[in-house]
Design a protein around this ligand. Structure first.
Ligand SMILES: [Zn+2]
Length: 220
């Protein structure tokens, strides 16, 4: 079972990755964690990546592709795995497909969490943070007991710079520009869209259903 999870910033993708990993007993691999692990372990790839990043450069597709190929060869991936944040470009998708073929692995189940931009903007602009203890609130889903005040220390809550509408719209545009071509490359018949606008437990159930259906179809 090979799962690829795509979704816009603020859609709760990280939470869903954890749910899926537990439910299907597979590791959830994010590229950020993979990078940190390789760099910490001081592998050749890790050293190469850290020296590029130290010079302020961007780590190219070849290194990222090689890291993923190496990571999914580890024993914990024998029963499958979930990738979150990869492939990030069409060339990465092409390279990943070649790796799966080389290893005799099945095609991935591509899950796309679909959430309207306006809903994400509404959710994210409702975030507030306590400047003292850094606790995060959401005026829609997790409001403080007293409006505008932190429950723990009474400090005045603030909106973060990252949560301004213009910043969020810009991040969403960048996401669509990056992800649209990848989903198009996999093709509409391969991409399974899930309504990511529901409550997290409902989204988790919907994804699990889609994955089980895909597994059955693959076994046939
Ligand atoms: Zn506080």
């Amino acid at each position: 079972m090979i799962l690829l999870l795509f979704g816009p910033p603020g859609c709760g993708k990280g939470t869903q990755a954890v749910f899926l990993a537990e439910r299907f007993h597979i590791p959830a691999i994010s590229t950020g964690e993979m990078f940190r692990a390789e760099c910490q372990a001081g592998t050749e790839l890790g050293q190469l990546a850290s020296s590029i990043m130290a010079k302020g450069g961007l780590v190219g597709d070849e290194i990222v592709d090689a890291m993923v190929a190496s990571r999914i060869s580890r024993p914990d991936c024998a029963g499958g795995f979930l990738l979150d944040g990869y492939p990030r470009t069409v060339p990465q998708a092409v390279a990943f497909s070649a790796v799966l073929q080389q290893k005799g692995l099945p095609n991935p189940v591509v899950i796309h969490l679909n959430v309207p931009d306006d809903l994400l903007v509404a959710r994210l602009t409702a975030r507030r943070q306590c400047p003292q203890c850094k606790r995060i609130y959401n005026l829609l889903s997790q409001p403080p007991k007293v409006a505008g005040q932190c429950d723990d220390d009474g400090a005045a809550l603030m909106a973060r710079e990252d949560d301004r509408e213009a910043v969020i719209r810009q991040r969403l545009r960048a996401y669509h520009e990056l992800t649209g071509p990848i989903l198009a490359w996999y093709g509409s018949s391969a991409v399974r869209s899930v309504d990511g606008g529901m409550a997290p437990d409902q989204v988790a159930r919907a994804i699990a259903l889609v994955v089980e259906e895909a597994a059955k179809a693959g076994a046939r």
